[in-house]
Write a protein that binds this ligand. Structure first.
Ligand SMILES: Cc1cc2nc3c(=O)[nH]c(=O)nc-3n(C[C@H](O)[C@H](O)[C@H](O)COP(=O)(O)OP(=O)(O)OC[C@H]3O[C@@H](n4cnc5c(N)ncnc54)[C@H](O)[C@@H]3O)c2cc1C
Length: 640
């Protein structure tokens, strides 16, 4: 795949000066919209997860006319509901040394120095407000005996700053955001459109002015216009087919906005989560996460000996290798995800993995049960243990869990500036759909924090600065008609192929290819192979896909086919991005770039930048945004 390099890109919205004052400064300099004028301004929010749900509710409360869209039958079913472990905030309720600065520092370091300092600092500042907002909504966070909110530890931090509601934090936070959203629906400021899939972005006079959606029940193609569009459409980990994401998660909304001019940043940064239930067979279509919170009390180990097939209970203590505790004594089992995942892969590659195919390591609660008692362990993790037992048939109170890394989160996404605005004026992108804040590796419990920071606090302020110059007048009819025709043409084309293979079978093959060649470890050779094979497979898809049914009805095969078509194009860009970035950083591990201990070796001289890709029919154009560190010194990350 050919690419060219374009001019540098800069984030011109982040204020300068002391980092702790920047957000205040931006809030003050952002133009305000008079309350009477807000009623005249229309905003579309696509997505009702934690990012979109909180944004739509807040914008509605502010007085804008909001239209909210999701493809599920209820906003409450957004993938955010699956989040288990918790949400970070620098409250320092425990007095264990936490602070806004420490959360900022941990996040910049955790992201392997590939995130913007200004954004991350703001995230840490806003984190404390999120908890207050959620508590006021009635979110039932766990409490300790004195009544204060309880916290637990997550990877990449030595303080305990993760607020949680058993293993259902995402669900409880989403119920809070959903209630706020429904309140605005009842108040008439938010109009809800469930079971509608956005299939294109309308760009008129260089501004994002609306979307084309398909009513997934009737098949009708509709146009919705506005003064600004917000995409909160989640991550694209399902490009790998097998992932911990909900089956519906896809890239269509952001990919089609990319085709309209929004730059795509760092597409190759993928998070592989270390604690998932291992793949058990070819038939599988979904992987299950075992929350990182389990590493608070569970100890990760493998047998010292290769190919040791004894039952775990028969392996004596001195024949076990608690390899995370051994290699990383400071952080132990709570090293960040990229480090824990690679360590698990390494011991399995050495032949010390456990379970079928040797692709697993133990996560053992024996010591925690002995220390705290079974009841205490059950209170903290009961629903996760039950889930594990239902899936594997093994009882983790008696035998250690078996876990293996799996695709979980995508740090890449549409490029946005400090205001969360993309390269298309009027198009804002929030939550997992944008690229900001996590660099090359996201720390656990930071996605919920970022989604809610964006939706409740950041976007509602920054979008005002854009809307203050609105309303933006009539939308060019030609632009709307062109987007509508493009959507219809793609649907007709998919239906016309009438081949023999299901979209799912293509997706499975693409996902395997991505996992093998652009997964936990990437090499120049593997990426070149992928870049050769993806276009061939895409060609076969367009010659041989079978989409049954019609466009004028509920048609899940058609929905799937459209999403898989976009996954092909995205996969190609991911591999190109991974090929061009010849360094290793965070979740992007290039085998050619590692230090003597096998750790990721960054190349700050050549790669301390965001790679922002512009779409062009003649091949992508790479724009680099230099990353500058004034506060945190760039060093080789160490968790030893
Ligand atoms: C199993 C699991 C556990 C996790 N646990 C944690 C945790 O404990 N802590 C943490 O911080 N993070 C966790 N994460 C990550 C976190 O859950 C997600 O990153 C976050 O919830 C994403 O929120 P979002 O609002 O950006 O997107 P989502 O919640 O994915 O919502 C996307 C929304 O966009 C809509 N949408 C998408 N495309 C379209 C389209 N074309 N048209 C119309 N609507 C569309 C969907 O309908 C949905 O409403 C976990 C992730 C997984 C997979």
């Amino acid at each position: 795949m050919k690419y060219t390099e374009g001019p540098e890109i800069r984030d011109t919205k982040a204020p300068s000066g002391p980092i702790e004052d920047r957000w205040e400064k931006r809030k003050f300099s952002a133009k305000l919209v008079n309350p009477a004028n807000k009623r005249k301004l229309n905003v579309i929010v696509v997505g009702t997860g934690l990012a979109g749900g909180s944004a739509a509710a807040t914008l509605g409360e502010l007085g804008y006319n909001v239209k909210s869209f999701c493809y599920q039958d209820s906003p409450r079913r957004a993938h955010s509901i699956a989040a288990q472990g918790g949400i970070n905030a620098a409250k320092n309720y425990r007095g264990d040394g936490d602070s806004i600065y420490r959360l900022f520092y941990d996040t910049v370091k955790g992201g392997d120095f590939r995130a913007r300092e200004s954004n991350v600092y703001r995230l840490a500042q806003v984190s404390v407000n999120i908890i207050d907002q959620a508590v006021a909504q009635g979110v039932p966070f766990a409490r300790e005996y004195g009544g204060l909110l309880d916290t637990r530890s997550f990877g990449g931090a030595q303080v305990s700053r993760t607020f949680y509601a058993r293993g259902q934090t995402g669900q409880q936070l989403l119920l809070g955001a959903y209630q706020a959203l429904e309140r605005q629906v009842a108040a008439g400021t938010v109009e809800m459109h469930t079971r509608h899939e956005m299939l294109d972005l309308i760009v008129s006079d260089g501004r994002a002015r609306g979307i084309i959606v398909r009513d997934m029940v009737t098949g009708e193609i509709e146009r919705h216009l506005a003064d600004a569009v917000v995409l909160a459409t989640g991550g694209y980990g399902n490009v790998f087919f097998l992932s911990t994401n909900a089956k519906g998660c896809n890239t269509t909304a952001i990919w089609r906005a990319h085709e309209r001019g929004a730059y795509f940043a760092n597409p190759c940064y993928t998070q592989i989560h270390p604690t998932c239930i291992p793949v058990s067979g070819e038939y599988q279509s979904k992987l299950t996460l075992m929350s990182e919170s389990l590493r608070n009390d569970g100890r990760v180990w493998v047998p010292l000996r290769k190919n040791d097939d004894r039952a775990p209970g028969d392996i004596p203590e001195d024949e076990r290798d608690y390899y995370l505790e051994r290699i990383y004594p400071s952080f132990g089992n709570l090293v960040p995800r990229d480090i824990a995942s690679r360590a698990a892969k390494n011991v399995c590659d050495e032949g010390r993995g456990v379970g079928p195919g040797g692709l697993g390591v133990y996560l053992d609660f024996r010591d925690a049960i002995n220390r705290l008692g079974r009841d205490a362990v059950e209170k903290k993790y009961g629903n996760l243990f039950e889930m594990y037992e239902r899936i594997t048939g093994e009882n983790p109170y008696d035998v250690p869990m078996r876990i293996y890394p799996a695709v979980h989160y995508t740090m890449g996404g549409l490029w946005v500036d400090y205001d969360l605005q993309s390269t298309i004026p009027g198009l804002f992108v929030i939550g997992e759909a944008n690229f900001s804040d996590h660099g090359a590796n996201r720390l656990g419990a930071s996605a919920l924090m970022q989604g809610l920071a964006d939706g409740y606090f950041v976007l509602p302020t920054t979008i005002g600065d854009y809307l203050a110059n609105g309303p933006y007048g009539d939308v060019d009819e030609e632009a709307v008609a062109e987007a509508e025709i493009k959507v219809r043409t793609k649907i007709d084309r998919l239906l016309a192929v009438n081949g023999t293979r299901t979209p799912d079978s293509f997706h499975r093959e693409l996902g395997k290819l991505m996992w093998d060649y652009c997964g936990m470890e990437r090499t120049e050779e593997s990426l070149r192979k992928a870049l050769e094979r993806i276009p061939e497979l895409r060609e076969e898809f367009w010659q041989n896909v079978k989409v049954s049914g019609t466009a004028e009805e509920l048609n899940q095969v058609l929905e799937k086919a459209g999403r898989v078509a976009d996954f092909f194009d995205l996969a190609e860009l991911m591999c190109l991005d991974a090929l061009v970035r010849t360094e290793s950083c965070g979740g992007h591990f290039r085998a050619e770039s590692q230090d003597a201990d096998g750790e990721a070796l960054r190349d700050d001289e050549n790669f301390a930048h965001v790679s922002a890709w512009e779409y062009s029919p003649d091949g992508p154009i790479l724009h680099k945004e230099p990353l500058e560190y004034e506060y945190v010194k760039m060093t080789q990350r160490s968790y030893k």
